[in-house]
Design a protein around this ligand. Structure first.
Ligand code: 2M8
Length: 447
């Protein structure tokens, strides 16, 4: 047992369970699904965390995870958010038959994929894997190859997702943010004018497999499909999208993750003797642009920028804290960010950290997906950021609140941040036997 403040966590049991979940979610010997029923294919940023989890007990499987993921990389460099290694209809919408990536000339020639991307965690994941398994020669050789594929991915963002050459990449779909139905996107989605006939007929499965009250609404889904149709019309890239998409956002989480992965690539590139000049240039500009453009004084936080409507999305939301992990804020701004977390943790009604959305906002919903619950991989990112800035007390709280939830409620997709409610429940929310939950638990316990 590890005792940390008020938390008692059975580290041995959690470690054994986590390894079992990861191993149990591997398909065809090669790649891992996030959760067998709900998400039956390979997901981009999930697999990053999964590879890191495997590095703790089966490095070759971690390497395989990344190899399978990058089979889906498009010839233009883009790494899609879902890789469909299996052609079977697996009970997930939208599947390969919807995206039709095989009709796009510059898509992957090896596998079918989706047409949008997700936060580029791969650079810092690869570096973390080498920290976990420093003596593994196969991993180092693999890293030397993967390095170039990750650089190609980042080059795609800087060349094709940054029309004004600011150093900040845009996304054109909420799913690419990783935080699908965050209230951040509500105003943009509400402003979208969807006419009868704009959408193909489609059938959701997510709200039949998981509790529909925890999932995004039908209106949200219509907007998601509308944006996918727009992507499809333009081959999922180019000016057609940046000119037409009602959703065009420079996101806090996405760009912080890109910057952190650039940092990792620079360090790895120097170690391997590769030229890192291009990455250093990207990163200097990105770091400056993030800090200058995305900071919003009245929130005392960073906020995403809505490029279509030329304004910040002024809401307090979890993505902003990932800037700490990327080392973006100076000491003063970092303290302001940390104070936001203090504020939540000190509430008399009792909250575990980190809720994914502003607990004082009227749309905060502690049960509903990205509108309030605690997410495993987010706590991992924020824990490391706080630690890097020396905020040890808050960092520990972020780590142990999460481990405590898993210890009590199991390896779920996300969790209720209200202490009294979570303590009265028997399980977490969303999918169970969840891969990134297992991966993050392994890494945090070993930390
Ligand atoms: C969730 O997103 C997918 C679409 O990508 C969905 O709801 O169907 C998000 O939490 C996303 O961040 C995550 O990568 C994915 C798989 O775990 O599920």
């Amino acid at each position: 047992m590890i005792a940390e403040s008020t938390h008692m966590v059975d580290a041995e049991r959690l470690t054994a369970e986590a390894k079992g979940i990861l191993a149990g979610n591997v398909l065809s010997g090669g790649y891992t699904v996030p959760s067998k029923k709900l998400y039956p294919y390979q997901w981009n940023w999930d697999s990053g965390f999964v590879a890191m989890g495997f590095a703790h007990f089966d490095v070759m499987q971690g390497i395989s995870e990344m190899e399978y993921l990058f089979k889906g990389q498009w010839e233009n460099g883009m790494l899609p958010h879902i890789i469909f290694h299996s052609k079977k209809r697996e009970g997930y919408f939208p599947g390969p038959d919807y995206w039709q990536s095989n009709k796009v000339p510059y898509s992957s020639k090896e596998v079918d994929t989706s047409g949008i991307t997700q936060p580029p965690v791969h650079g810092f994941v690869l570096e973390r894997m080498m920290e976990i398994a420093p003596d593994n020669g196969a991993l180092v050789e693999f890293a030397k190859v993967l390095f170039h594929k990750i650089v190609k991915l980042h080059r795609y963002y800087y060349q094709h997702r940054d029309p004004n050459k600011e150093g900040l990449a845009y996304i054109y779909h909420p799913w690419a943010s990783g935080r699908d139905n965050s209230p951040l996107w509500d105003d943009i989605l509400k402003s979208m004018k969807i006419m009868p006939g704009d959408l193909p007929a489609y059938e959701r499965y997510d709200n039949k497999i998981a509790d529909p009250s925890e999932r995004p609404s039908q209106l949200d889904y219509d907007c998601y499909v509308y944006l996918m149709e727009l992507g499809k019309k333009h081959g999922y890239m180019g000016e057609g999208i940046s000119n037409e998409s009602p959703f065009l956002v420079q996101d806090t989480l996405f760009n912080a993750v890109l910057i952190k992965s650039n940092d990792a690539l620079i360090r790895m590139g120097e170690r391997f003797g590769f030229d890192t000049g291009e990455i250093i240039e990207w990163n200097n500009q990105s770091r400056r642009a993030y800090d200058q453009k995305l900071w919003v004084d009245e929130l005392e936080m960073y906020a995403p920028f809505d490029m279509r409507n030329h304004k910040h999305i002024k809401l307090k939301e979890i993505g902003s804290f990932v800037s700490l992990y990327a080392g973006i804020p100076d000491a003063k701004r970092a303290r302001k960010l940390r104070n936001n977390l203090y504020d939540v943790a000190d509430r008399p009604e009792g909250f575990r950290v980190v809720p994914s959305f502003d607990i004082d906002h009227w749309v905060f919903d502690p049960k509903k997906y990205w509108k309030g619950p605690i997410w495993p991989q987010m706590n991992w990112l924020i824990y490391h950021g706080l630690r890097d800035y020396g905020f040890m007390g808050t960092a520990k709280k972020v780590k142990w609140d999460f481990l405590d939830l898993v210890n009590k409620l199991g390896f779920h997709e996300y969790f209720d941040p209200r202490v009294a409610v979570a303590d009265s429940l028997e399980h977490g929310y969303g999918g169970d036997h969840f891969s990134w939950t297992a991966a993050v638990v392994l890494d945090l316990i070993a930390d």
